[in-house]
Design a protein around this ligand. Structure first.
Ligand SMILES: [Zn+2]
Ligand SMILES: [Zn+2]
Length: 302
């Protein structure tokens, strides 16, 4: 179930709406169960946010319309839209990896599926950053490193790094660590040609001697590493692998279930125009009666 209602994309004129309506295999959950789970999710949102934010982040059960959606992984899931005049691909859903909003039409399936390796995606936007402070590294090597390598990279005093939130070409978000002084307009730092020749020789040697245990294994990761060597090891790198791309599903169909809270049909309001006509007719009849009585009275007086 997805209760997050953070955003809906503005009407996108390039997409035709409601084109994925279909019969989704399987059955909807009982309404009582759906409402119970919805209320539990609302309680959790109320716990997480200050009451001042509730009108923005906590959806009302009476506004929620239920749908079953079919995903391209073959799973069917239940989602909500705000009202029955929106379709499940009109709104965006949460990226469970980064807590960002996914591009419309994408959905994080709750089931676990075998996935392809993460594809590499270009960074298209450096959004914002946070600075994180670290204490001095221990003297004993960490990460199973040999003492010489550890001595080269070890920080012997407290240090800080910038962690940037970046937008990738696929519309998903990632994180990149840089030095604090670095700004996007500085561009990446490149290694010297001499250093690249050494690095390339070291990698090629370890790949040929370590065989199947070599890192990274033959495949997209090693290809990417070779590409970075060709580009002189730019830091920060211009791209990164996207976990979300490898794990996201697309909405391929949807079917209406109904309102989360059953609605009683509104009593039709009396049409005021008809009432006015009736009153006008009664008034005219009354006026005619008055005239008739007046006339009768005057003829008696005479
Ligand atoms: Zn699935
Ligand atoms: Zn992606």
């Amino acid at each position: 179930m997805s209760v997050d209602m953070a955003t809906s994309d503005p009407e996108d004129a390039t997409r035709s709406r409601g084109t994925l309506l279909m019969k989704v295999p399987g059955r909807a959950r009982p309404q009582k169960q759906a409402l119970k789970e919805f209320n539990e999710a609302v309680t959790e949102l109320r716990r997480r946010y200050e009451p001042a934010f509730w009108p923005l982040v906590v959806p009302e059960a009476r506004d929620m319309f239920r749908w079953r959606v079919l995903l391209d992984c073959g799973c069917a899931q239940e989602v909500y839209t705000h009202g029955d005049d929106r379709f499940p691909d009109d709104r965006s859903y949460l990226d469970h990896m980064t807590d960002a909003q996914l591009p419309p039409g994408e959905f994080w399936c709750a089931a676990t599926h075998a996935s392809a390796p993460n594809p590499y995606r270009e960074i298209v936007e450096w959004c914002d950053r946070k600075i994180i402070d670290f204490p001095a590294d221990p003297e004993e090597p960490e990460y199973a490193m040999d003492p010489e390598t550890w001595a080269l990279i070890r920080h012997d005093g407290p240090h800080s790094s910038a962690f940037w939130r970046v937008k990738l070409e696929c519309g998903h978000y990632g994180q990149v660590c840089t030095e604090i002084a670095w700004k996007p307009e500085d561009g990446p730092k490149l290694a010297s040609r001499k250093r690249i020749t050494e690095m390339r020789a070291d990698f090629e040697e370890s790949w040929s001697t370590d065989g199947d245990g070599a890192w990274p294994a033959e495949g997209p990761e090693r290809e990417h590493l070779r590409k970075m060597l060709d580009l002189r090891w730019p830091r920060p790198a211009p791209d990164q692998d996207c976990y979300t791309c490898a794990h996201i599903s697309r909405i391929v169909g949807y079917q209406r279930i109904g309102w989360l809270v059953r609605r009683t049909p509104p009593v039709p309001a009396p049409a005021p125009r008809i009432d006015r006509d009736k009153i006008a007719a009664r008034l005219a009849a009354a006026e005619a009666e008055v005239e008739r009585l007046k006339h009768q009275l005057s003829s008696v007086e005479n």
